[in-house]
Write a new protein. Structure first.
Lengths: 143, 143
DNA sequence: TATACTTCGCTAAAATGTAACGATAAATGT
DNA sequence: ACATTTATCGTTACATTTTAGCGAAGTATA
């Protein structure tokens, strides 16, 4: 799906939720869509500055917070980086396969993984509210 | 197992591997053993300074790097914190249950989880070299 | 003891992330 | 249309986390 139509989808999704998909938010989301992999906040800031000359760290982080809150992007904990989500709305927990060579990030949704983790936790009396599952390695193209 | 004997075990483990378990490394490992949960590098630094008055950020990070390399401690990606490993040597990938209320960190080793993740990845042609699995939520005592 | 190697103390700075506040813009009620 | 409230933005400043580089001190080995 093209970036343009994906952005349009996001706009509609936000409006439907009563959130404002401002110019800044749209721009940042489009920037992230444009990347194969994940992008660090400061790399994003550098790119953003090309069009939004007065962007500052807080600008980026606020915008990322918004996008995170509405599930339009994800944050990779193991690399402090952000990646666009293409299928927001279906809000199940997700997992990531991160290629350490080319940087590609594949987002997957394995019910099996989630269930296994939740069940394992339950067996220790632990109640899971949020999970981080990230695998590093090599994608098929890089092996 | 007491902290003392755990430290002794670590010393033997290091010597057996030809690594030097210096005073600094021993102290930091003991500090981490003394905590229920994970500790940030700067919290650790503050505590360390009580006895090692000239400790600096680099001191802590270098020591943590060593302990990480030999598997004596783990790093939690979702909280930028470090936690002692009690059963180093058996070096399978591990998973963490992190209580967001009391800070307790339970380290588990679920073969099922690892296998499921690796198999899922394989189905995408992805070869896993390292995995990060961290669940946040509430421990049994905090629910 | 001479040599190589590792660890340590120190300084500095890079990379990542937040708090706070007033100005502006948009949404809402009258 | 106007006033009121709320959300967003620009800006400054700072806090946190992490790494690089260098020379001194310590340790192991020949």
């Amino acid at each position: 799906m093209s970036i343009g139509s994906q952005v349009e989808k996001a706009r509609q999704y936000c409006e439907q939720k009563g959130a404002r998909f401002t110019h800044l938010r749209e721009t940042v989301y489009a920037l992230l869509l444009d990347k194969e992999g994940a992008v660090g906040a400061y790399d994003l800031l550098d790119t953003l500055k090309e069009t939004e000359t007065n962007a500052k760290p807080a600008t980026v982080y606020r915008t990322l917070d918004f996008l995170l809150e509405f599930g339009l992007i994800h944050r990779l904990e193991s690399t402090n980086a952000f990646v666009a989500c293409h299928h927001f709305g279906c809000s199940h927990p997700v997992q990531f396969l991160i290629c350490d060579k080319c940087g590609l990030v594949k987002e997957i949704q394995s019910e099996g993984l989630q269930d296994t983790l939740v069940k394992q936790a339950e067996s220790y009396g632990f109640q899971v509210s949020k999970q981080t599952i990230e695998a590093h390695g090599l994608c098929s193209a890089c092996q």
